[in-house]
Write a protein of this length. Structure first.
Lengths: 116, 138, 90, 116, 138, 90
């Protein structure tokens, strides 16, 4: 069983993205294959140089950099969303694959879910 | 997948009662699962969904009491229900054990609900025919 | 074999960003089940033209809406989730 | 002081519209002039024939019909949103005025707010 | 309106802690109001915002404890804070009085917060120079 | 006299329906203050061309964004709310 978790919410303004990441880490911890797709405002998770200390939150950039170590398989980013938010491919964290998200991408996973 | 009995469902509720419609839709769905002869392996409350397990909700008397309606269903059909511990602690839902551990003044989790980690969700997800999510709509 | 590839359960109104995301990530082989505020798409159905569309009848009735076909109750919804290869709640 | 409360959420799926109505009733109860604007998915509050008994909620149609009695001044509906949701002017509840909502409408109120 | 002191603010929070950023932004804004020599007439919690008043929230120790940070601010600056009673009862926030009235097993409202009706919001709104709302963003 | 008619405080990303509502109900005499996830509009600023735009610096920094002008702290935000005739939180 291969799971895709979609993150379409930007970080910091809400907590559902963090909760999505926790779900991904839990699946990986139990050896269940899991990938993440960032789309819509969710691609802002992938921007470099996040400094949320003044709003009393921890950087999700750091959390996300642990993803490969914890066994998350793929980190996907929706191409149109990256364009909309001015994120160039070369600026994305190492290992992130830019995709044109459509029904075929979805069909390559056994289950697809959101955290909220 | 066939539509025949002995399919098992895992239900995940992430929307709060009296803020989203998720707990009502999930309850109607859960009743239909049981009425159709299928099994519910587990109900998992995540994110804002953990508020459904509160003992302290007191809606106006002419509105459906969702935590009580859910508790009755769970008890009647012996369906286990789990609120995610990380979500619960951040949102003010604690049982006796967490009350003691964090030295809090009270506990407020209905007896039909346990507090446990995401491992419960992973396990249920793996063994169920279908895992269905009930999110806030707005 | 499954009746269709993916069942998309949509509980948000058409202007919600996730509504457009859902349409973008689904194909005409998929089915859409409108529930809760998702049934509001019945008031402007042209957006969904090439999709197999179902709607939860209690939610449509609640909002003063109806449809000539595809209205389901919760029991039908349970069956539908078993007919798809995968189910996505948006 | 004239207050405008905007309802842009459809009824039943969430509760912020009801909470907006409670705010309006409270202002009116204290003799503060208050009007409501329905826009976006919020115009679905104005559809006739709502029957939410099967989802265990009370009809907001009934709540709203009490608005003039409780002293709500104006009930405004955004024209573009009504078109989008196939609501004809003649189908709207008595007393609802259809407007093309722009900065001028906003400027005619001392304060403008959402319930959530 | 001038920018000179003795302006009064009324703050309304409708977004929940650990679910929205609203309580953090509102606290930073409230501190800036006081630092600028203005007054805060009242803080009003509405809708999901009432969860900020919970005694039972226990976030991880390396995260800001928003209910405690707010309580300290309110106490230090003697700012009254009110959670809407209708929102609170639907969301499982009750003080001693409501616990007794509804025969509930516990109460869970921080001492810095009162429970009262929307009349408090109307009054504060009328007498303040500005009422500023802090909603969930998502 | 106020410096501008209305201060719009916007805490939602550009794809949120309320973002478009806000633009539709504001005019070039108004000012926009981007806070929380609203600062993401700084990444695609062409949408806001004819408006006076401010952004909360702590929120922009948190999200790895910056702006050549209009970055404010919370104290500036307090002043701004007093300069407008009315303040709307979207």
């Amino acid at each position: 069983m291969e799971t895709l978790i979609i993150i379409d919410q930007a970080p910091y303004g809400g907590f559902s993205g963090r909760e999505a990441l926790d779900m991904a880490f839990s699946l990986a911890a139990f050896d269940q294959p899991v990938s993440l797709l960032f789309t819509g405002a969710g691609v802002n998770w992938l921007r470099k140089g996040q400094m949320p200390d003044e709003i009393y939150q921890k950087s999700v950039e750091k959390n996300l950099s642990a993803a490969p170590v914890f066994g998350i398989e793929k980190l996907l980013a929706d191409e149109t969303s990256c364009l909309r938010y001015n994120l160039d491919k070369e600026d994305l964290p190492a290992g992130v694959v830019v995709v044109d998200t459509d029904a075929k991408v979805i069909a390559s996973f056994t289950q697809v879910l959101f955290a909220g | 997948m066939s539509d025949a009995p002995d399919n098992t469902f895992s239900l995940v509720i992430t929307g709060a009662p009296y803020s989203s419609q998720a707990p009502q839709t999930a309850l109607a769905f859960a009743k239909a699962v049981v009425d159709s002869g299928h099994l519910i392996d587990r109900v998992f409350l995540y994110g804002d969904g953990v508020h459904l397990a509160s003992t302290l909700i007191a809606p106006p008397s002419d509105e459906l009491h969702l935590p009580h309606a859910w508790s009755e269903f769970l008890t009647e059909h012996k369906v286990p229900a789990v609120a995610c511990i990380a979500s619960a602690l951040r949102r003010g839902l604690v049982n006796q054990e967490e009350q003691d551990r964090y030295e809090l003044g009270a506990s407020n989790v209905l007896p039909a609900f346990e507090i446990a980690g995401l491992g419960e969700w992973v396990e249920s997800n793996v063994k169920s025919t279908r895992t269905i999510y009930f999110h806030a709509g707005s | 074999m499954s009746d269709f590839h993916t069942l998309h359960i949509l509980n948000k109104p058409p202007e919600h960003p996730r509504f457009a995301e859902c349409l973008g990530m689904s194909s005409s082989d998929d089915a859409l089940l409108l529930i809760e505020n998702g049934v509001l798409a019945l008031a402007s159905p042209e957006r969904l033209s090439d999709r197999k569309v179902y709607a939860l009848s209690p939610d449509a009735r609640a909002r003063g809406l109806t449809a000539s076909e595809g209205l389901l109750d919760y029991t039908d919804m349970v069956s539908l989730t078993l007919k798809a290869e995968r189910v996505i709640s948006w």
